[in-house]
Unconditional design. Structure first.
Length: 116
């Protein structure tokens, strides 16, 4: 919002409706499934950011291109790598151990993200 305001734009916020939970299905309650969903979301976000960067470059908007690159793209690559590593670990330990192990890893990841 701060960036949009600097550029003279208007921020218009709309309510967000809560989606139906994926975890209402027993077969989808394991940590591996959750991490695979998270990885898909991170990859989709990265793709959209790359598209935005491309549009900015095509329109000679170097300020926006630099903003996307410096603020978001590096972070996305790190997040994709970290979640991919979690998925690898979960596949090695199997479903029975994955939830507790991954919960501890996620707590550390969340704490690190909040400290930035």
């Amino acid at each position: 919002m701060e960036y949009q305001n600097k550029r003279g734009g208007r921020v218009k916020l709309h309510p967000i409706v809560s989606p139906i939970s994926e975890f209402e299905h027993i077969e989808k309650r394991d940590a591996l499934y959750a991490m695979e969903l998270a990885l898909s979301l991170e990859k989709l976000t990265n793709e959209k950011l790359l598209n935005l960067h491309s549009v900015a470059t095509e329109n000679n908007d170097t300020h926006l291109a630099d903003f996307v690159e410096s603020k978001y793209l590096e972070e996305q690559v790190e997040a994709i790598k970290k979640i991919s590593d979690y998925i690898t670990q979960l596949r090695m330990v199997g479903k029975s151990h994955g939830v507790i192990h991954n919960h501890n890893q996620n707590q550390r990841y969340i704490l690190n993200q909040n400290q930035r």
